[in-house]
Design a protein around this ligand. Structure first.
Ligand SMILES: NC(=O)c1ccc[n+]([C@@H]2O[C@H](COP(=O)([O-])OP(=O)(O)OC[C@H]3O[C@@H](n4cnc5c(N)ncnc54)[C@H](OP(=O)(O)O)[C@@H]3O)[C@@H](O)[C@H]2O)c1
Length: 246
């Protein structure tokens, strides 16, 4: 039986991944603050921004495992879509704590744990490279996450690491972008709002299936790479998207 550790399994993409893998006979270990409602997930409640909480929580969670086939560092927050000049430094720091430094804490724990890990996926975003107006702390955090993947690739020589943009997924994070943000001031929101409810914005379960389908392709790329899943699954859409955002 294959084994996966996924962060952020209480909601959205992490929940979808846990659900998909459980239904394909994987053993799934998950963590979040609220907890995962899926029976069968080995669940732990942990605030990943609390670096001191991670070692005891993960030691207990992974006590019986001899290694992991897959780690998905998925937990993340959006922050508010607004101009950088309107964004307090404390808000940017909070997004960086969750989207970057929490992942550093997990990576350091996995390194010290020392058991074999085949593949690590850090969930990134097109926002890591687009630089659209309003995507302030989120864009900064995902760009830094891409570099985190590259830097850690040197320190995990036996593990394949990839920062993966999953495309747009219909999750609670998307509620903030589609329902509560101002698309006049922040035009990049219009593409997301138009995609909601269509195949262009899959459910978490469908997005999870897509991610699992590209795992073999990802390991053919240099460890530490940033890959946008649309490059593999929809090359023409990818070329249009990245062309219009460059
Ligand atoms: N949705 C999209 O279209 C999209 C596109 C590109 C990238 N992504 C990325 O995909 C990932 C998942 O996002 P989502 O859309 O599924 O959002 P979501 O539904 O809001 O899920 C976020 C998950 O992260 C967990 N989390 C947040 N802060 C945490 C903390 N301090 N400690 C532990 N867990 C924490 C949440 O659990 P608790 O609140 O229970 O702790 C939740 O399970 C994120 O990294 C996001 O940037 C999403």
């Amino acid at each position: 039986m294959k084994t996966a550790l996924i962060t952020g399994t209480s909601s959205g993409l992490g929940h979808g991944l846990a659900d998909y893998l459980l239904n394909h006979d994987w053993a799934v270990y998950g963590c979040s603050r609220r907890g995962c409602d899926l029976p069968g997930v080995h669940d732990c409640r942990c605030d990943l921004t609390d670096a001191t909480a991670i070692p005891p929580a993960f030691e207990a969670l992974l006590r019986d495992t001899t290694g992991l086939d897959l780690v998905v560092l998925n937990a993340g927050i959006l922050g508010q879509v607004r101009d950088l000049t309107d964004t307090p430094l404390a808000d940017l720091k909070q997004v960086m704590e969750t989207n970057v430094w929490a992942n550093k804490s997990v990576m350091d724990w996995l390194h010290a744990w020392g058991k074999p890990i085949r593949q690590i996926i850090m969930i990134s975003s097109g926002a890591a490279v687009f630089g659209n107006r309003g995507w302030n702390g989120y864009g900064l955090s995902k760009a830094t996450l891409n570099m985190l993947a590259k830097l850690y690739s040197h320190e995990f020589p036996d593990t394949h690491i990839c920062a993966l943009a999953p495309g747009i997924v219909d999750t609670p994070l998307m509620d903030l972008l589609c329902d509560e943000s101002d698309s006049q001031s922040f035009p990049a929101l219009k593409r997301l709002q138009a995609a909601r409810g269509s195949d262009a914005m899959p459910t978490p379960l469908v997005a999870a299936e897509q991610i699992v389908s590209v795992l073999p392709e990802l390991v053919t790329r240099p460890s530490g790479s940033f890959v946008d899943i649309r490059e593999i699954l929809d090359p023409q859409g990818y070329a249009r998207l990245y062309g219009s955002n460059s």
